[in-house]
Design a protein around this ligand. Structure first.
Ligand SMILES: [Fe+2]
Ligand SMILES: [Fe+2]
Length: 171
């Protein structure tokens, strides 16, 4: 009974929640790295594309770089609040093989598909965090729901770009 009271009083920050908190920090750290890698990928892909049709993608990704950096910061801040430590660069492992520069910099479809894959990966992981937080940590859950909304918007926008290319038989 005492344990239940402590859990209610201190929530996810309570001593009895240490294991859940550690697992959550792991999930948040993965999310943090996903955002950091997305910043790198979108930065490169907001510079490399060439051709008359590249401008829309460039402008959109320039804006996204700032948004994804903001997400990384939010994940980092929450890791700290949960008594974790934001990792250093030596712990970083790149995973976004699909967002490497294409062979030809006019290959906009490659970039669009890469962005959709990155956003889909984030959406999947963030849904898992939201589910894990249920009944444990409403603050992290709230934060991740807001970030998930951003990612769904990003994916939807790039799905629209892809549809345009598909309609013209270019994708
Ligand atoms: Fe993000
Ligand atoms: Fe995004």
């Amino acid at each position: 009974m005492a344990d239940t009271t402590t859990t209610i009083r201190h929530g996810i920050l309570g001593e009895g929640m240490r294991e859940d908190r550690d697992h959550l920090i792991e999930m948040l750290t993965k999310a943090y790295w996903m955002e950091v890698e997305t910043v790198m990928s979108y930065l490169a892909n907001s510079i490399n594309p060439e051709g008359v049709r590249a401008q829309e993608i460039i402008e959109s990704l320039e804006q996204d770089v700032q948004e994804e950096l903001g997400h990384a910061r939010q994940y980092g801040e929450r890791i700290k609040e949960l008594y974790g430590v934001v990792p250093g660069s030596l712990d970083f492992n790149a995973e976004q093989s699909y967002l490497q520069p294409p062979d030809d910099q006019v290959d906009i479809v490659h970039v669009i598909k890469g962005v959709i894959e990155a956003e889909s990966g984030a959406i999947e992981h963030y849904n898992q965090i939201i589910e894990y937080c249920e009944g444990k940590d409403p603050v992290t859950q709230d934060m991740v729901i807001a970030i998930l909304h951003d990612e769904e918007g990003h994916r939807r926008l790039f799905e629209g770009f892809l549809r345009e290319y598909q309609a013209e038989g270019l994708a």
